[in-house]
Design a protein around this ligand. Sequence first.
Ligand code: UT7
Length: 324
Amino acid sequence: MFIRSEVVGFGRYLPEKVLTNDDLSTMVETNDEWIRTRTGICSRHVVTNETTSVIAGKAVTMAIKNANMTPQDVDLLIVASVTPDLTTPSTATLIAAYLGLRPGVPAFDISAACSGFVYALTLADNMIRLGQVKTAVVVGAECLSKIVDWTDRNTCVLFGDGAGAAVLRATAGKGDNTDIGVLSTCIFSDGHNAEFLKTTGGVSSTQNAGFVNMNGKEVFKHAVVSLAEAAETALKQAGIEKDKINWLVPHQANVRIIESVGERLGLEPEKVIVTLDHHGNTSAASIPLALSENTENGRIKKGDVIVLTAMGAGFTWGGAVIRL
Ligand code: UT7
């Protein structure tokens, strides 16, 4: 029997507090027009007292409920984040305790920046297909507001906080491109580009988390190429032609990058999901946030073919094809 990972539920959480572009223009030398036209972002959510495990826990709770399951059904929890509550233990173990997962269930964090959800999905899918677990929860969650320098207009207008989650369940498939579930995943990295997007500190170097620092132009240049290439690789591995794509769900960093990737793939703009207008760049949370929102509002439907593609600090990048 060929095992596939069916995606059976999505969840999300955005903190209550909203920062608009006009709010930011009172903090740094910027304005709504510049931010909207250069990035596509209108507002973002930021935490007040909540931590990453709290917002992730809320997204996971919603995803498990939407999957008609309980925390007792979960065999694996993977958290993708660059903003953990603590250096150790992992955010995943904190969430596991908060949600009441069965003692013994493996729970761990991965660090792959904005590609984190695609990386975590890849690991969960492989563990399911190997028969190691039956039900896996994958969550991307970030409190980027905690590592943003709120006096740096080059970065502070871009990022937001939030969490998105997906529940995967083992299901029988045929092993061909007509199956439902995760049809392919691919992940990549090239540490030679680490300088272009990084924090100014870390535990073993400065003993603090530091702040996000980015060469936006360089990241932009790489993003348009690697996002398109990752999508194309994932499609090739899944054996799915571009005309069969219902939705492209790209990492939400900049609407100009998203439009360029859609064009490179030859997709009509209507097939490209854009959500960053109301939550900015939420790193590992951006793809599952978009999936949760657009399955709930009925745009993405059961049976649709979805292409995910992400790129972030490292650089890391990756793609996936899912038939819902
Ligand atoms: O999530 C991981 C992936 N991340 C990304 O993909 C982000 C990729 N990069 C980008 O999205 C874009 O490069 C940015 C949105 C970050 C910047 O857009 P840009 O078109 O590359 O602008 P720029 O950095 O070249 O800046 C153009 C001008 C500069 O002024 P001068 O030097 O031309 O006088 C900046 O100082 O815009 C200025 N500027 C701003 N002006 C108003 C930079 N930030 C701001 C701001 N408000 N917030």
